[in-house]
Design a protein around this ligand. Structure first.
Ligand code: GLU
Ligand code: ZN
Length: 491
């Protein structure tokens, strides 16, 4: 597959925060377009005025930009099939619905909700298929007049051909749907509003989409869309039925489908926690695909070079936050130090940073950054790791304090202070020797000896390499903090 004619689309509805499943769909479409030298179309499916919002629309654009996706056609960039917001294309849909009806591919259905329900229940009770029964396929002019006199307002229903539909899913292979399982379906509401069932394939046809890659949850709409496509070809609106590939479900905790409402699925959460876009994309690419059995960590360029829909695994993929963080940690380590320090910038300021802006010290930050870079899983962890440098006093963490401060810690701290006072403050190594010597004086190994020092100086039992931290903080502050800890122990 290497020609310039591939056209894929990403067509979310702007209803709430983008979720990771949606991002995975965008990623696979985008990677496929880039791999094949094709076109990535971004379309907004905002035909549901009750659920769509301008805020969600802005968020979608912002999210795609943050992730680094560029679209070849779509909002703001335009293109030959503009506009790319369905809310601005209503006349097109109305006209096509009318043409479908004129050609007999669709018809007015006058059934009321309660009539439909009654017949559905009866069909179920009789063990027959319970979908729409085709009652309004043939409505006589007299019946029509009667319905209208009753004030009934029809919906437009698409007439499914009475034939089996078979297609080869790019991920799942050959799939077959029999007519009793795919009944006639609504395409325009009684109030004239076109439905997703119509507008989605109509736009795919008009925008000349060649490959539809989307979540498995949409698989049941595919036979209907194929039938509609055939009708559109008949009308001269569509040229060719696209290929379909349905991406596997993403499972969350307890092996349940990850839902939009699941907090774990919110893209914003990952942004706020300081995932790198490249780390998150690397992880999401593994939900149904892999570069090779022994390589989990790769760049987006490597993914693009290797990506083929045919390699997508149809089995459900499991979302694993721990693995996502581990992969992100690797991407953090892959950054240049300069890039790393720049990306941390938002977390070194309000509202994330607990220190006063004037207490931030750029030189200390530059000195400590390389030590932090090797330890973070997500960028937001940077604040806790470096706050000891910029807060006037270390944070008070009672759990750390009681864990590190044992019987005899005061004596150890006094010796450590003496040794540090006379140490050469020119390298972390000499500070380590000082603490090592203090420990020896009290029969303690380095690990045990450095714990109270660490808590006295940084407030925490875990953190960046201790001796580098002391060196960067400086002699005066280090000794003052040991004094303060001694005073606290004495109290
Ligand atoms: N707007 C639809 C959705 O967000 C798109 C479905 C499709 O990709 O066909 O579910
Ligand atoms: Zn009907």
């Amino acid at each position: 597959m290497a020609n310039g004619s591939v056209r894929v689309r990403f067509c979310p509805s702007p209803t709430g925060n983008p979720h990771v499943g949606l991002v995975r769909t965008a990623l696979f479409n985008w990677a496929f377009a880039r791999h094949t030298g094709g076109t990535f179309v971004f379309r907004i499916e905002d035909t549901d005025a009750a659920r769509d919002s301008e805020e969600s629309y802005e968020q979608l654009l912002d999210s795609l930009r943050w992730l680094g996706f560029t679209w070849d056609e779509g909002p703001e960039v335009g293109g030959p099939h503009a506009p790319y917001r369905q809310s601005q294309r209503m006349e097109t849909y109305t006209e096509i619905a009318r043409k479908l009806q004129d050609a007999g591919h669709a018809y007015s259905c006058y059934c009321t909700a309660s009539e439909l329900e009654e017949r559905r229940d009866a069909a179920r009770a009789a063990g027959r298929p319970s979908g729409y029964d085709g009652k309004c396929r043939e409505v006589t002019p007299e019946q029509k007049a009667q319905y209208e006199a009753e004030g009934r307002e029809p919906i437009v229903r698409f007439r499914m051909p009475d034939e089996t539909i078979t297609f080869t899913d790019l991920v799942r292979g050959e799939l077959t749907f029999t007519p009793e399982n795919v009944p006639d379906y609504g395409i325009v509401r009684a109030n004239g509003a076109p439905l997703y069932t119509l507008v989605n394939p109509v736009d795919d046809a008009l925008m000349e989409i060649t490959h539809v890659l989307r979540g498995e949850d949409l698989l049941s709409s595919t036979p209907r869309q194929i039938a509609l496509y055939k009708a559109l070809i008949d009308l001269g609106v569509a040229k060719e039925i696209p290929s379909f590939g349905h991406l596997p479900y993403v499972m969350g905790e307890g092996n349940k489908k990850l839902s939009k409402r699941d907090p774990q699925s919110s893209l914003n959460l990952y942004r706020e926690r300081g995932f790198l876009p490249e780390g998150l994309l690397n992880y999401l690419s593994l939900l149904g695909w892999s570069l090779s059995a022994d390589k989990d960590i790769f760049t987006i360029e490597e993914m693009v070079a290797a990506f083929d829909v045919a390699d997508v695994n149809p089995n459900p993929a499991r979302f694993d936050l721990k693995k996502a963080e581990a992969i992100n940690a690797d991407h953090i380590r892959m950054l240049s130090v300069t890039d790393f320090t720049e990306r941390c910038a938002p977390w070194l300021k309000a509202p994330f940073a607990p220190w006063a802006p004037e207490d931030f010290d750029e030189a200390k930050w530059q000195a400590v950054a390389p030590h932090a870079q090797t330890r973070l899983k997500v960028l937001s962890e940077i604040t806790d790791n470096v706050d000891f440098l910029f807060l006037p006093e270390p944070v008070e963490d009672e759990a750390s304090w009681s864990k590190a401060m044992k019987e005899g810690s005061d004596a150890l701290l006094r010796t450590a202070k003496e040794k540090l006072e006379s140490a050469e403050w020119t390298s972390a190594e000499s500070l380590k020797e000082a603490v090592l010597a203090a420990g020896e004086a009290h029969g303690l190994k380095l690990g045990k000896a450095q714990a109270p020092v660490r808590v006295a100086v940084t407030g925490r039992t875990v953190g960046l390499p201790l001796f580098e931290s002391l060196e960067i903080l400086g002699k005066e502050k280090t000794l003052a903090r040991i004094d303060a800890a001694l005073a606290k122990l004495a109290a």
